[in-house]
Design a protein around this ligand. Structure first.
Ligand SMILES: *Cc1c(COP(=O)(O)O)cnc(C)c1O
Length: 345
């Protein structure tokens, strides 16, 4: 039995023995010169899976999103994005500071979507006083909205509205393979009408590091310049790309197990009066804390051997992943039950 069941994030997964073997035996070159064969293969496979012409391997999802903003805008532009999205909340203001764009946040509905009317109303007409509105950013699955999957109809309506208004669209698809697993729609279809799309290897896919940004060949050529500028040009990085290739082959297809475990975890948590969990569609359980404090619960759970994170003043988050089995979920619930009994909750 594990001493600690770590539900803080799907980023805590550790590379398996088989993944480490793939990394250790990777053929490598110098990727800044474009001759690392394993990186090139990963970029080809990733582009194909996302239905785009090209892809670029980058160190993090944050850099992938920043590059998505950089390639789709000019400094001084305005971008539209959801007020709960990762780019707006968790990327250190990089769109403003580095891409030099102004962010206009629109209300995210609980399902992670935005209203088409809100998008259209926010697009500024040409006027010498206005910034140019040039980009809409979407997120699927939606992290702060509890791993919600945007319905394909919503993707289509939002991308059509944006394109109709002359905007480009970037999809933060950090967990787009979770969306694929949840609704049974290929990632390439989900991202079909997005000009750029990023996804992470370092989350549910179980890699130690890495993300990609995909788009047209011209866009990705420009993205490559931005990656170099940001200090993201890496050398014998086929060692990391090998982990990504391994993950696409072996781990992308098993994400449904994490979703089933998240549903089981949420159902268990619902039995406690202190907790009101969401109905998880994917691997993220957000829990409203209605008795006691978030900090109090986090400390008590840590003491009992269960790790979670704060997700707002009255909310905590638990994420299922490759390194959490169904019996780990049951054990976590048993530990939470003992803690709750002590707390009288
Ligand atoms: C994790 C995440 C990212 C990128 O995070 P990094 O830690 O920089 O790789 C981007 N968007 C969403 C929705 C995420 O959950």
């Amino acid at each position: 039995m594990k001493d600690v069941i770590d539900l803080r994030s799907d980023t805590v997964t550790r590379p398996s023995e088989a993944m480490r073997r793939a990394m250790a035996s990777a053929e490598v070159g110098d990727d800044v010169f474009g001759d690392d064969p394993t990186v090139n293969r990963l970029e080809t496979v990733a582009a194909e899976m996302l239905g785009k012409e090209a892809a670029l391997f980058v160190p993090s999802g944050t850099m992938a999103n920043l590059i998505g903003v950089l390639v789709n805008t000019r400094p001084g532009d305005e971008i539209l994005l959801g007020d709960e999205c990762h780019i707006f909340n968790y990327e250190v203001g990089s769109a403003a500071r580095i891409a030099g764009v102004q962010t206009h946040a629109l209300r995210n509905a609980a399902d992670g979507s935005m209203a088409v009317e809100d998008v259209l109303a926010a697009v500024r007409p040409p006027n010498i006083h206005h910034p140019r509105t040039s980009l809409l950013c979407l997120e699927n699955t939606h992290n702060r909205c509890g791993g919600a999957v945007l319905a394909i109809e919503q993707m289509d309506a939002l991308t059509a509205a944006a394109h109709g208004a002359g905007l480009r669209v970037h999809l933060d698809g950090a967990r787009v393979f979770n969306a694929q697993a949840a609704i049974g729609v290929p990632a390439a279809r989900i991202a079909r009408d997005c000009d750029t799309v990023s996804f992470c290897f370092s989350k549910g896919l179980g890699c130690p590091v890495g993300s990609v940004v995909c788009g047209s060949s011209d866009t990705v050529a420009e993205a490559r310049r931005h990656r170099k500028m940001l200090g993201g040009g890496m050398r014998q990085v086929g060692i990391l790309a090998a982990a990504g290739l391994y993950a696409l082959e072996h781990n992308a297809g098993r994400l449904g197990e994490d979703h089933a475990n998240a549903k089981r975890l949420a159902a268990g948590l619902r039995q406690f009066e202190a907790f009101v969990p969401n109905e998880p569609q994917t691997n993220i359980v957000v829990v409203d804390v209605v008795r006691g404090t978030v900090d109090g619960w986090l400390a008590a759970l840590r003491e009992a051997g269960v790790l979670a994170v704060a997700f707002g003043p009255r909310r905590l988050r638990m994420v299922t992943h490759l390194d959490v089995t169904t019996s780990d979920v049951d054990e976590a619930l048993a530990r939470i039950a003992r803690t709750a009994a002590v707390a009288g909750a």
